[in-house]
Write a protein that binds this ligand. Structure first.
Ligand SMILES: Cc1cc2nc3c(=O)[nH]c(=O)nc-3n(C[C@H](O)[C@H](O)[C@H](O)COP(=O)(O)OP(=O)(O)OC[C@H]3O[C@@H](n4cnc5c(N)ncnc54)[C@H](O)[C@@H]3O)c2cc1C
Length: 362
């Protein structure tokens, strides 16, 4: 059904970034795929929206129609090697259907409340990407609506993957599954320098011994923290690594992959969930990563807040993802401006080193 009331139009002009606000003329909450097809056939600009966790209005449609894909979120079938899902399903829904059968998608984003269509349209990276690539590398088949409203099927090379909603609307995806561990050994290793942190990340990735590897830089309680999260499904050894100290826990796989669920209420309470998030994600060649991280450490603490952090982790092909995750208070335009300027510097630095933007504004 098409909605045009003010509250829904305002909702569709908002996203997690809270930096761009394009009003559509209508929002479609489809009852089925045929309804989306009918709107596409009318030739208006149509943009699919998943969970709306974009940072720069990528799921908004100025004077067009936004399709709320979360209306179609059925998990159709789970088989030992695959799951068939509607694109509006969230990754947490996918896991709730597959984990009871001991199965999981090989790569998960850190936060599970993103939709399948939303992350497949950008890539979808996580701590297991060193082994399995992006979520888009683990798609077996897709049903896609073309811009003229035709329903086509495609394989792992379909341009809707990574197409940010502009190369067709993914309505259904068949995703690869692998066996899920029941428990994981989750180490948080702390380092005295960026160089030691990244060196250990390379050691772990070369050895292939850890299932999940992500590094982070943050300031907590006024102290600088350089942390490597190294997770093993089979109790791999930490011998030979250069960390200063380690916190280790054994936890269920679900609790590990769903670890950010607890962060959302905390951020809401602090007034930093529905507020501007000038985040900047770049893909940096391996040889340049220390330089970029040293630069980010030299930025003022006011660019991060008590909740902000820099993520840094290796992907396949000698590339690191570096993500500056900044939180500003609503109304603090000066902080937002400073963060946006800092992101320009980071982007330029990454590009001059041969890197690119991930999640670029379109
Ligand atoms: C808290 C948080 C944590 C995150 N963690 C990670 C992470 O660990 N790894 C990572 O890679 N990214 C991460 N991201 C970024 C996230 O993957 C992207 O912003 C993603 O696009 C958001 O998915 P969504 O469902 O909210 O999509 P939306 O923001 O609603 O849409 C994103 C894009 O996808 C398009 N789109 C949506 N649905 C479809 C569809 N069915 N077919 C085609 N196109 C579609 C939209 O048009 C838009 O261009 C995170 C973001 C947040 C806010």
């Amino acid at each position: 059904m098409l909605h045009t009331d003010e509250a829904i139009l305002r909702w569709a002009a908002q996203d997690y970034g809270d930096l761009v606000h394009h009003r559509p003329v209508a929002v479609l909450r489809p009852a089925d795929v045929a309804e989306i097809s009918a709107v596409l056939r009318q030739n208006a600009p149509v943009v699919p929206r998943g969970a709306g966790h974009s940072l720069h209005g990528q799921a908004q449609a100025l004077n067009g129609v936004v399709v709320d894909m979360t209306a179609l979120d059925t998990i159709h079938e789970v088989r030992p090697d695959r799951v068939v899902v509607d694109a509006g399903a969230r990754w947490s829904d996918v896991l709730r259907a597959t984990l009871p059968l001991g199965l999981t998608p090989p790569v998960l984003t850190d936060y599970l409340e993103l939709t399948v269509g939303g992350t497949l349209s950008v890539g979808g990276l996580g701590g297991a990407s060193q082994h399995f690539g992006a979520q888009t590398d683990n798609v077996l088949a897709l049903d896609v609506l073309t811009s003229s409203g035709d329903l086509v099927t495609g394989g792992p090379d379909h341009p809707a993957l990574g197409g940010r909603g502009r190369n067709g609307i993914i309505v259904r995806a068949t995703l690869r599954l692998v066996p899920a561990p029941e428990t994981v050994q989750w180490h948080r290793l702390h380092y005295s320098s960026v160089e030691l942190l990244t060196a250990d990340q390379r050691v772990l990735v070369t050895a292939g011994s850890f299932d999940y590897v992500e590094g982070q830089l943050k300031i907590r309680g006024g102290q600088r923290v350089r942390e490597l999260e190294a997770v093993s499904y089979s109790r791999a050894s930490l011998d030979g690594l250069a960390f200063d100290d380690a916190d280790t826990q054994v936890t269920s796989y679900w609790d590990f992959v769903n670890r950010l669920a607890a962060g959302e209420p905390a951020l809401r309470e602090a007034g930093l969930w529905d507020s501007p998030h000038p985040w900047c994600n770049v893909l940096v060649p391996d040889g340049a990563v220390e330089n970029v991280l040293r630069h980010l450490e030299s930025e003022g603490p006011e660019l991060y807040s008590e909740f902000g952090l820099v993520l840094a982790y290796p992907l396949r092909g000698s590339v690191f993802l570096v993500a500056a995750l900044r939180y500003a208070r609503r109304g603090d335009d000066e902080a937002v401006r400073a963060m946006v300027e800092a992101n320009k510097v980071l982007t330029k630095m990454a590009q001059e080193a041969g890197g690119t933007l991930y999640l670029d504004p379109l």
